[in-house]
Design a protein around this ligand. Structure first.
Ligand code: GUN
Length: 291
């Protein structure tokens, strides 16, 4: 069994990005600039955004954090997005989700200029991914593909089973795995809450991507010997022994599943660090221009 070390892989990629940014600056070019919008004080969102700002520093990017109280109106937020769309000094920006209930998240996503949509959530980027055109890829699926590529895992002709059909992980990772590319070229099955025989389908999988948000869902009896298991789950489970009061729990029963796998991602330290790294890659691409 081999661990897919997302922390180490992400560090290596960030060092490569930092090197490229150093060269850009030596040529007299401006460093990439990422802006993050954070509305309210959700604990998870605060920590994700802080990690994104930290990653910008590691890559030599400029970053700005725009904070708003959760009573900001939808129109005020749309006005802020318009300003960022028009600001030539900003290469890419993200609006951290979830947003307060009175704000329509789809309307906000649609308002972002797709050329600055480094989260890859805008319908134009989603559509471009779907038909294999260049565009910004959603960060978690892109990070998973990078991890698979860096570890030299063969995917061509393999059966990949994706658990979960969310717009930001399940659907785009299924699209990337089926794409005629390396890595890619898989036969993909997507399972969700209405799927019958999930256990039997998983047992047929060469690659399992678990993105349901249900701690410990994938058990040892669902995994074929030698399978590759990618765990996207990051549920916060109360843990009084931790300073934070919680620990992150993946969708895979790691202790019992790991011995059967050829490769497996840990939680934390697997997919999570790769996700932030993909956001950095997208921001660098935004600076260089991909459309
Ligand atoms: N909330 C949870 N994941 C993400 C993400 O990747 N981007 C944004 N903007 N919000 C999120």
């Amino acid at each position: 069994m081999n661990i897919l070390d997302g922390k180490q892989t992400a560090s290596a990629i960030k060092a490569e990005i930092a090197e490229e940014v150093t060269q850009m600056i030596e040529r007299g070019e401006r460093a990439p600039h990422l802006v993050a919008i954070l509305v309210g004080h959700d604990g998870g969102s605060e920590s994700y955004v802080a990690n994104k700002v930290k990653a910008c520093e590691a890559c030599g990017f400029n970053s700005s954090l725009l904070r708003f109280n959760d009573d900001i109106t939808e129109q005020q937020l749309l006005d802020e997005i318009k300003k960022l769309n028009e600001d030539a000094d900003v290469d890419g920006f993200i609006v951290q989700l979830p947003l307060p209930k009175h704000i329509n998240e789809q309307k906000v996503t649609d308002a972002i200029d797709f050329r600055k949509d480094v989260d890859g959530f805008h319908p134009i980027n989603v559509g471009r991914l779907s038909i294999g055109l260049p565009g910004f890829r959603s960060a978690t699926p892109a990070g998973i593909m990078d991890l698979i590529e860096r570890y030299g895992i063969e995917t061509k002709g393999k059966h990949a089973v994706v658990l979960g059909r969310s717009n930001i992980v399940g659907k785009p990772i299924a699209t990337l795995l089926m794409q005629k590319a390396q890595p890619g070229d898989c036969t993909v099955t997507v399972c969700h809450s209405s799927t019958r025989n999930i256990k039997e389908i998983c047992r047929e999988a060469d690659i399992i991507v678990a993105a349901l948000g249900r701690p410990g869902f994938v058990t040892e009896d669902m995994v074929k010997p030698g399978a590759v298991v990618i765990d996207v789950g990051t549920t916060r489970v109360p843990d009084a022994s931790r300073k934070s009061g919680f620990r992150l729990c993946g969708d895979v029963d790691f202790d019992n599943v790991a011995p059967k796998c050829s490769y497996i991602t840990p939680v934390p330290g697997g997919v999570g660090p790769m996700t932030i790294c993909s956001l950095m890659k997208n921001t660098l691409l935004a600076r260089k221009g991909i459309f």
